[in-house]
Design a protein around this ligand. Structure first.
Ligand SMILES: Nc1ncnc2c1ncn2[C@@H]1O[C@H](COP(=O)(O)OP(=O)(O)OP(=O)(O)O)[C@@H](O)[C@H]1O
Ligand SMILES: [Mg+2]
Length: 369
C-alpha cells in the first residue's frame, strides 16, 4: 500500500571517527548502520531501544543536525542530507526537535516570552512586536501554560512546565514534524503522562507528525501508531504498535516488552531484563548483532546478518533468521553458574513480567565481542 510519507530514511549509515592512524588507532563507532524507515504524514512514530543503540544519532541525521556517512533522508520526497543555505533554513522551520532534558535545553537567562518568541523572530520576521507577544501567549496557552508566564525565567518552573515551554518553542515556527528525543524521560513519572497526552493532543489538533524516541516500549505504548525497535545501530523489528505489542517477533523486542515494569513495579525493574550488556558499537558482533545475547542463536546467526523481512501482516517486519520458530512462551534458561547478581536480576525480572508469560531472555555468553 502506498502511503503519504513526510520523512523517509534510506539505508542511513552514521559512523563516528576515522579509525585513527598507524600511530594511534581510534575505533570507528558504528552508531547507525543501515537504517531505512518511513514516517507517514500525521502519524506518531516511535523509535525504541537501549541506551547507545543509536536513536539520538538517527534522530539528528533525520533532522539534518548531522550528515549521514552514507544513505539518504527524504523530507517531502526531497533529499535533505545535503541541503544547505536557504533550503536548510526553511527545513529548520518544518522540523523541530524536543530535547530530553528540559533543565539544560532552555537558556536560563532568557524569559519564557523570549524563548518562545525567538523562533518567531527568525521564521516570521514580518510580525510586529505586539503580534509576536500575542502569538507567544497563544502558544503558551496551547501547551497548557498561562500567558502571563512569558515574563518569568526557566528556573521558576517545574520539570514538566519547562518541557511544555520547550514544546511551545518547538511549535513557534509552525513545524510539520516534531522529533522528541526522550521528551519525558527526565520527568517525574507522574508528569510523564501529562506531557505525553499534551503531545498527542497537539499532534491531533494541529495535524503534526511526531517521531518519539524512548528507551522502553512502555512510555510510547499509548501514543504511537507505529514503532521501530533498534539494536546496535540497526532496526530489528517494526510494525504497528498494536502488532509489535501483541505479536512481537524478534527476541530482542520480546525482552524489551518483558522489561516494562508492571503497575506497582519498582523503577529499577526495567534495567533487570535484557541480560548481558550491549556490545560496543565500535566492535559490533558479526552476523546478527543480537546473537551474543540471544538464547535462540544458531550458527547462521553468527555469520549472516538478517535483513528486515515481512512478518505476517502488511506492516510488520522483523530482522531475525528464526522468528517463525521462536517460542512466545516463557523460556527461562537455568544455568549452573548463576551468580547472586544474576539471581537477583531474575527475581526482579519475574516480578516485572505478567505471571511469567513473556519470554525470558537469559544468555550466559554475554561476553563482549
Ligand atoms: N559525536 C559522537 N562521536 C563519537 N561517538 C558518538 C557521537 N555521538 C554518539 N556517539 C556514539 O554512538 C553510539 C550511539 O549513540 P546515541 O547517542 O545515538 O545512542 P542513543 O540510543 O541515543 O542512547 P541513549 O539512549 O543513551 O540516549 C554510542 O556508542 C555513542 O557513544
Ligand atoms: Mg539518546
Amino acid at each position: 500500500m502506498k502511503h503519504d510519507l513526510i520523512i523517509e530514511a534510506i539505508d542511513v549509515v552514521k559512523h563516528f571517527g576515522d579509525g585513527g592512524n598507524w600511530l594511534s588507532k581510534s575505533p570507528v563507532v558504528q552508531a547507525v548502520d543501515g537504517v531505512s524507515l518511513q514516517v507517514r504524514r500525521g502519524e506518531t512514530f516511535a523509535i525504541v531501544g537501549e541506551s547507545g543503540c543509536g536513536k539520538s544519532t538517527l534522530a539528528r541525521v533525520l533532522m539534518r543536525l548531522l550528515s549521514p556517512t552514507s544513505g539518504s533522508v527524504l523530507f517531502d520526497g526531497k533529499e535533505v542530507s545535503t541541503t544547505t543555505g536557504a533550503a536548510l533554513q526553511s527545513l529548520r522551520r518544518e522540523m523541530q526537535f524536543i530535547f530530553q532534558d528540559p533543565f539544560s535545553s532552555l537558556n536560563p537567562r532568557m524569559t519564557v516570552g523570549k524563548l518562545v518568541g525567538e523562533p518567531l523572530e527568525v521564521h516570521a520576521p514580518e510580525l510586529s512586536a505586539q503580534q509576536r507577544r500575542e502569538k507567544v501567549a497563544d502558544l503558551l496557552r496551547k501547551v497548557g501554560l498561562r500567558a502571563e508566564y512569558a515574563g518569568r525565567y526557566p528556573h521558576e518552573f517545574s520539570g514538566g512546565q519547562r518541557q511544555r515551554i520547550g514544546i511551545a518553542r518547538a511549535l513557534a515556527s509552525g513545524p510539520r514534524l516534531i522529533i522528541g528525543d526522550e521528551p519525558v524521560s527526565a520527568l517525574d513519572v507522574s508528569v510523564q503522562a501529562q506531557v505525553i497526552n499534551l503531545l498527542g493532543d497537539l499532534s491531533r489538533d494541529m495535524g503534526l507528525t511526531l517521531v518519539v524516541i524512548a528507551h522502553d516500549l512502555g512510555v510510547i505504548r499509548h501514543m504511537s501508531d507505529r514503532v521501530a525497535v533498534m539494536y546496535l545501530g540497526r532496526i530489528v523489528e517494526s510494525g504497528t504498535t498494536e502488532e509489535v505489542y501483541t505479536s512481537p517477533r524478534h527476541p530482542y523486542t520480546k525482552a524489551l516488552l518483558a522489561s516494562i515494569p508492571t503497575m506497582g513495579g519498582k523503577q529499577g525493574d526495567r534495567k533487570a531484563t535484557v541480560l548481558g550488556e550491549m556490545p560496543s558499537p565500535s566492535a559490533p558482533p558479526s552476523g546478527c548483532r543480537f546473537h551474543t545475547r540471544c538464547p535462540y542463536a544458531q550458527a547462521k546467526c553468527k555469520t549472516d546478518a538478517p535483513a528486515l523481512q515481512g512478518a505476517g501482516t502488511d506492516d510488520h517486519q522483523v530482522a531475525c533468521h528464526f522468528w517463525e520458530t521462536i517460542p512466545n512462551e516463557a523460556v527461562i534458561a537455568e544455568t549452573p553458574q548463576k551468580t547472586e547478581a544474576v539471581e537477583a536480576r531474575f527475581a526482579l525480572y519475574r516480578n516485572a513480567t505478567d505471571g511469567g508469560t513473556v519470554t525470558h531472555l537469559l544468555n550466559q555468553s554475554t561476553k563482549r565481542n
